[in-house]
Structures are given as structure tokens and as C-alpha cells.
Ligand binder design. Structure first.
Ligand SMILES: [Zn+2]
Length: 203
């Protein structure tokens, strides 16, 4: 293992993903890919469970970055942030919810909500997003149930919940929902797409 060398600063930074609104992934993604949608806001999850009990992304519908929000959306961002934090913190086994906006990957505003598991004191602080890649993946049924709970919580205040409650697993364990992308993975043990992968892909 070697320490990564600090690269010299570039003179001009490259454009972020979706800097030109016509090629923005967020703008081009349908409501059905989100766990909850409203007139001006949408909430999405990773495509598979990861190491943390819950990782969610809050986006505005409009193609704007944080500093571009008009007063109405800026005020609603505060309300949505508090509401989503409460919803995630209400889940079993969640101690804290870390709220992050990095803004280096995609130009379209997206706020990260990362649930820190209760009792896991090592995970406190700035490295929670890295732990998401390191911890064992949580069971898919529990992940789906958590998504449904958060979506229902948000829908109590308006908007539409898309996440369905976890299906009862009548099948034998060998046939339970293994995502296609994991089944077909020739590496077998490769980790699912997580926050780190998404940020890297966006960049
Ligand atoms: Zn956009």
C-alpha cells in the first residue's frame, strides 16, 4: 500500500456531469426510479442495499445547483432536509443521519442522507461515506422495508410514495431476489454500486 501523491492543481477544472442541462442524469430519470416524488422534489435510493442502513438522495426537480435556488426552493430545501432526517432517524437501528452536499460530481443539486448505525461509534464523523463501502451489505428485505417506511413518512406530508413494502419471501432462500447485476457479475464478490461509485461515475 502506498500513499497517494498529491497531484498539482489544474488550471481549469473540467465541467461536472450535467453541467449542460440537456445531458443531466437527474433531469432524464423518470419518477418511477424515485422512492418518493412531489411537485418540486424527489428522493431516490441506491439501486441496491449497501453497508449503511439507509442512503438517500434528495433532489429538486428543477435543474439548479444549491446556490442557484430561488427563495421558494431554498426554503423548501430546509423543510425537506428536516423531514427526511426525521424519517430516516425514525428507522430501527439508526443513531444519526449525516447530511452532505458535495457538489463535485453532478451539477444538479443533490443532497446525501447517510444513516449512521446505532452503537457504531467508529463510524462517527467525516468518514461515514467510506464505511458504506466497507461494511457488510444489509439484508435486501430490511432495506426495502426501510425505503417503504421513509417513503410513507414523506407521503404523509404530500407527494407520492413509490417504494413498495418488502415482499414476503415465500420462495426458498436460493431463489430470493438476487439482483441480476450481482448474479451476472463474473467477479462474484464485487460490491454493489455505492455512494463512492456513484460520485466517481458522476465525476
Ligand atoms: Zn438536471
Amino acid at each position: 500500500m502506498r500513499v497517494k501523491k498529491l497531484a498539482p492543481p489544474v488550471d481549469v477544472e473540467p465541467p461536472r456531469s450535467g453541467e449542460d442541462g440537456s445531458e443531466c442524469v437527474a433531469c432524464g430519470t423518470p419518477d418511477s426510479s424515485y422512492i418518493w416524488v412531489s411537485e418540486r422534489w424527489r428522493v431516490r435510493a441506491m439501486d441496491r442495499p449497501t453497508g449503511l442502513p439507509m442512503v438517500l438522495i434528495l433532489e429538486c426537480r428543477s435543474h439548479l445547483d444549491l446556490g442557484d435556488l430561488p427563495n421558494l426552493l431554498a426554503a423548501e430545501l430546509g423543510v425537506m432536509t428536516v423531514r427526511l432526517e426525521r424519517a430516516i432517524r425514525s428507522l430501527d437501528g439508526v443513531a444519526r443521519v449525516h447530511v452532505n452536499r458535495w457538489g463535485d460530481g453532478s451539477a444538479h443539486l443533490h443532497m446525501w442522507f447517510l444513516a449512521r448505525p446505532y452503537g457504531r461509534l467508529q463510524l462517527r464523523g467525516t468518514f461515514l461515506s467510506l464505511w458504506d463501502d466497507i461494511l457488510p451489505v444489509i439484508p435486501e428485505a430490511q432495506w426495502r422495508e426501510n425505503l417503504a417506511l421513509v417513503a410513507a413518512w414523506l407521503a404523509d406530508f404530500g407527494g407520492t410514495a413509490n417504494a413498495e413494502p418488502a415482499h414476503i419471501e415465500w420462495e426458498s432462500p436460493a431463489t430470493i431476489n438476487v439482483p441480476d447485476s450481482m448474479e451476472a457479475d463474473p467477479d462474484g464478490g464485487r460490491r454493489p454500486a455505492t455512494l463512492g461509485d456513484v460520485e466517481a461515475a458522476e465525476a
